[in-house]
Design a protein around this ligand. Structure first.
Ligand code: ADP
Ligand code: ZN
Length: 674
């Protein structure tokens, strides 16, 4: 007799449908089903206990099982259900991400470059430091689910702790997953893992071709490779028996996916570990305030490493106050060269000394291009993007670019508004820093690391090799060089303008600044007996994130920040859900936002459990328009975490009320509210 099954379908629909099939078919099987006008929609069996339906309803039949896809393990289905429910995204679409992009390869493939590792004779492992030993034994004591926060200063040897944990996991025959932010999936980190475990590492990241990704995916799924390293999407690889999950740089905002399923990779990893009842390690030199709070309240187990390995010291941090008259005077008195406006005499002198010692310099600025914007000094005209509410960035050869939609035009010195020849560049970007360095240090080899210059993995590999071999003297870069990198001869780090990002309209801006400054500083002097140096140029030397970064005092910073969050009832003391309303016509977007807010107020009045939620907005997003679409936001803040999910569901309801040509998206635990 035919049996009924519930199938989650790969389509933007909120419900899962019942289908029948004459033969028994297992939970997690990938199938083809008819859906409206689609004859063969992809789906996954999520229940084989579908309730009998009314005889009048005609149940369609499953067409067949998909022969190219493995049966999904029950745990990954549970995990996908959690993701779908928590982030409010159709289950069928979540499950689709659990499969490889292509069919399995039929021929035995050639080895991909990433996984060729020369079989190293047995490597001599470093003796662990006392702190490393303590953390290792603390974490490996209990094989069951626990969230471990490994809080270790930059260069304290966190990666070595991961490697030892992986060794233990391998000896138990289990698979381990290591998640790192895409941007720090540098060849350096990958090399450290694959050198230690030749033949054991599968690697998944966005620079792979679909074929390469498919191959790596199968190696992990078949258990041929027991260590899976990747960006957040690697979590979706349906591996059966996971014994350990590691999330490196757990504080990174880039773990959060900004579109479609707006999940946070770290939080999703914790849920996956819970379902596998295995330990998870969150590592960072600057843990997120949320994780820090969880460690303080005992929900996470805290493991600390306060010193760099081999008694190497943390760098000396020097703050250069760009407003300071004394500092300006020093610059004026420097007659041998003309210093560019963004460079203090103090930093210039430090660069000079470092180059004389044949050591390396890294200059960090989180802004690409020549200048941030251009301005007519006569009438105030600013070149803006026609599609986005953002000014255009000036790049080399007088090209103006929008960093949001890629719109570009050439700059004319004559102002298009008042016709005076008075258009001037304003601000500073990495290209200009590089040019100025060339002028000041014509003998030095200067390289730039930003998204304009480094577009492929090969570019990045070359750049890193040049640094490692000492061919580069000065490296200028954006956040691309902030983390993960480890260069023995790099002893001076300069933050060209630490204020970038400090005053973003976001309650996390101090946290982000502190993290970034600490991470960038952490690149300096990682291998020298003598401490490296860090120069932070800023207009806000008294800013909390600078003061605490100078003292390398994460704990005091985090505790101060927690007080602020508690007073203002921001996360982790409340939960946020951001509704993002977008569309081509501002009036419609605004109306939709208004209706949504009214619905929220109504629900709040009607149901006692929602009494205490706060409805903030609606308001135009800080960047009102991106790629031609207007953007409004409505924020819900709740101190009672349990009400968030039902409220969000009820608020959206059937979605039938949403006017045509506008879109409402839910972002649970939002990180980006610009
Ligand atoms: P983190 O990840 O905490 O920034 P790393 O793991 O990259 O630190 O370690 C910093 C450097 O110290 C690396 O070059 C690493 O190989 C080395 N290292 C790590 N542990 C030890 C140890 N116990 N003894 C000697 N060197 C070590
Ligand atoms: Zn644009």
């Amino acid at each position: 007799m035919a049996k009924n099954y519930i199938v989650a379908i790969n389509a933007a629909i909120d419900a899962n449908y019942t289908y029948s099939f004459p033969e028994p078919i297992g939970l997690g099987t990938a199938v083809f089903v008819p859906l409206r006008n689609t004859r063969r929609a992809k789906g996954v069996i999520i229940s084989d206990e579908a309730p009998a339906l009314d005889d009048k309803i005609k149940i369609k039949s499953i067409i067949e099982a998909n022969p190219d896809r493995p049966v999904l393990p029950i745990r990954i289905i549970k995990w996908a259900k959690w993701l779908s429910d928590y982030y409010q995204y159709p289950l069928g679409l979540v499950l689709e991400s659990c499969f490889a992009p292509l069919k399995p390869a039929t021929k035995t493939r050639k080895t991909h470059k990433n996984d060729i590792v020369p079989s190293v004779e047995k490597m001599a492992l470093p003796d662990l430091t006392g702190e490393q030993k303590q953390c290792l034994s603390g974490i490996s004591q209990n094989p069951h689910f626990n969230v471990h926060l490994l809080f270790g200063v930059t260069g304290s040897g966190k990666t070595e702790v991961y490697l030892r944990l992986l060794e233990q996991s391998l000896s138990q025959g289990k698979t381990a997953i290591v998640i790192v932010p895409e941007i720090s999936l540098t060849p350096q980190i990958v090399k450290r893992f694959s050198e230690r475990f030749p033949d054991e590492v599968a690697l998944i990241h966005s620079h792979l071709t679909p074929r390469e990704k498919t191959n790596q995916w199968w190696l992990a799924v078949n258990g041929k490779k027991k260590i899976l390293i990747g960006a957040r999407s690697a979590l979706f690889c349906p591996v059966e028996s996971i014994g350990l999950i590691i999330v490196d740089e757990e504080h990174e905002a880039s773990f959060k996916q900004d579109e479609k399923l707006k999940y946070n990779g770290r939080d999703a990893a914790i849920m996956l570990a819970k379902l596998h009842n295995c330990p998870i390690v969150l590592g960072s030199a600057t843990p997120s305030i949320e994780s820090w709070n969880n460690a303080k309240t005992g929900r996470y187990k805290l493991h600390e490493m306060t010193k760099r390995v081999e008694n190497r010291s943390l760098p000396n941090v020097h703050i250069v106050d760009l407003k300071d008259e004394e500092s300006k005077d020093k610059k004026k008195q420097c007659t041998e060269v003309d210093l560019p406006f963004w460079l203090s005499f103090e930093l210039y002198e430090a660069i000079q000394k470092t180059l004389i010692k044949k050591e390396q310099v890294a200059l960090f600025l989180n802004r690409r291009g020549m200048a941030q914007t251009t301005l007519c000094s006569d009438c105030g005209f600013v070149y803006e993007c026609p599609n986005c509410s953002i000014s255009l960035t000036l790049h080399a050869s007088n090209q103006l670019h929008c960093h949001y939609c890629d719109y570009g035009i050439s700059l004319k010195t004559q102002c298009p508004s008042c016709f005076e020849p008075s258009i001037k560049p304003i601000g500073i970007g990495t290209e200009q820093v590089q040019n100025d360095m060339h002028t000041l240090f014509p003998e030095a080899n200067i390289e730039r690391a930003d998204r304009d210059e480094i577009t492929t993995r090969e570019d990045l590999e070359k750049l890193i090799e040049n640094m490692e071999e000492g061919r580069t003297d000065i490296l200028v870069g954006t956040q691309m060089i902030a983390k993960g990198l480890d260069f023995p001869k790099l002893t001076l780090v300069g933050l060209v303008l630490a204020d970038v990002g400090m005053n973003m309209p976001d309650f996390r801006s101090s946290e982000r600044s502190f993290q970034l400054i600490t991470q960038v500083s952490g690149r300096s002097g990682r291998h020298s007996e003598l401490p490296g140096d860090v120069f932070i140029q800023t207009y806000n030397p008294d800013h909390l994130s600078i003061e605490y970064a100078k003292k390398a005092n994460y704990v005091d910073f985090a505790n101060t920040e927690l007080e602020f969050r508690s007073d203002a009832q921001y996360p982790p003391f409340s939960k946020l859900v951001c509704f993002k309303i977008t569309g081509l016509f501002e009036s419609k977007v605004k109306d939709t936002a208004r209706i949504l807010a009214d619905r929220a107020h109504l629900l709040k009045q009607k149901f006692e459990i929602y009494n205490k939620i706060q409805v903030l907005g609606p308001s135009p997003a800080p960047i009102l328009r991106i790629k031609g679409k207007y953007r409004y936001m409505l924020l819900i803040k709740a101190t009672d975490f349990k009400v968030v999910s039902p409220l969000a569901k009820q608020l959206l309801g059937s979605k039938k009320w949403i006017p045509a040509q506008t879109k409402v998206q839910i972002d649970v635990d939002p990180l980006n509210m610009l």
